[in-house]
Design a protein around this ligand. Structure first.
Ligand SMILES: [Zn+2]
Length: 288
């Protein structure tokens, strides 16, 4: 294994391998793929253990078991949130593919498995998981020409076996639309991520630690999700958010750290947004 493998490149190769064997069936089962691939590629150091286990303070881990000469991949069980476990397993598999020559133990926190950390290997493992489980060619087809709502992104999260949070963050990476995800906690902006065409509007306007706008859904997500039509989005005039554009805001409560996520779709000049409402309005509530 050479140093400096590309996280996205390796993940794309492995996703193709999975699809060659299983066809276009999703979700990709990260655990099955990790065990099978490691046995073939590194028979003297495979992932020999794959276990759901309570890990206080951690989402997942990867450990070299010297005596048995196998790696153990552990992940926090989330029976009600299977997508979150699948993403964590894919993240640990990323450490195996990319970093197993560097360390013999990896312990990964919640923020590491969501990509909101500055540690390089954690960001790489997260990017690996994202590219492995949500192939962009397929994801693009799922959303093409459709109005972006939490229902639609929730359908995609189900398709890929990931959390709604992961599906939202992935969509921002490839969409032509101008959109920003804002994570809020206790009235403050905790973190944000913009699509490429929205960066110029968000930069300078949004800052970590700033107060969430008083007229936003994000400032009181519990209230918003009980009253407003938050799943389809509420139209805000220019100025509700410090971004100088009219926008549509959707909000959802995250199961992570009592956070909310607002998805802002900006009415930016020169950017097309499909605005036909989904024909099927009866889909389930999105779940994290
Ligand atoms: Zn990690």
């Amino acid at each position: 294994m050479k140093v400096g493998l590309s996280a996205s490149g390796e993940a794309i190769k492995l996703a193709k391998l999975w699809r060659a064997v299983h066809g276009l069936t999703f979700p990709i089962n990260a655990g099955a793929l990790a065990q099978e691939w490691s046995r073939n590629v590194a028979p003297d150091a495979p992932i020999g253990e794959l276990q759901a286990r309570e890990l206080p303070g951690f989402e997942g881990g990867l450990f070299w078991l010297k005596e048995r000469k196998v790696w153990a991949l552990l992940y926090h069980p989330h029976e009600d949130l299977p997508g979150r476990a699948n993403f964590t397993v894919a993240h640990e598999f990323g450490h195996y593919v990319l970093h197993r020559k560097l360390q013999e133990a990896f312990q990964c926190s919640q923020s590491a498995t969501l990509g909101i950390t500055r540690a390089k290997i954690e960001r790489e493992a997260d990017q690996f998981a994202s590219y492995l489980l949500m192939p962009i060619d397929d994801y693009t087809q799922q959303v093409r020409g459709r109005r972006i709502t939490l229902d639609l992104l929730g359908e995609c999260a189900d398709r890929y076996g990931v959390s709604l949070t992961a599906a939202i963050l992935k969509w921002l990476e490839f969409t032509d639309q101008a959109a920003v995800a804002v994570m809020g906690r206790e009235g403050m902006l905790h973190w944000w991520k913009a699509s490429s065409s929205a960066k110029k509007y968000a930069l300078g306007a949004l800052r970590e630690g700033m107060e969430l706008p008083s007229a936003s859904l994000a400032v009181d997500p519990a209230q918003a999700t009980s009253t407003a039509d938050y799943r389809l989005g509420v139209e805000h005039a220019d100025g509700v958010w410090p971004i100088n554009l009219p926008l549509r805001e959707m909000v959802v409560l995250s199961d992570r750290y009592d956070m909310s996520i607002s998805l802002l779709v900006l009415d930016a000049p020169g950017v097309d947004h499909p605005d036909e409402p989904d024909e099927d309005m009866t889909t389930n509530l999105p779940s994290f």
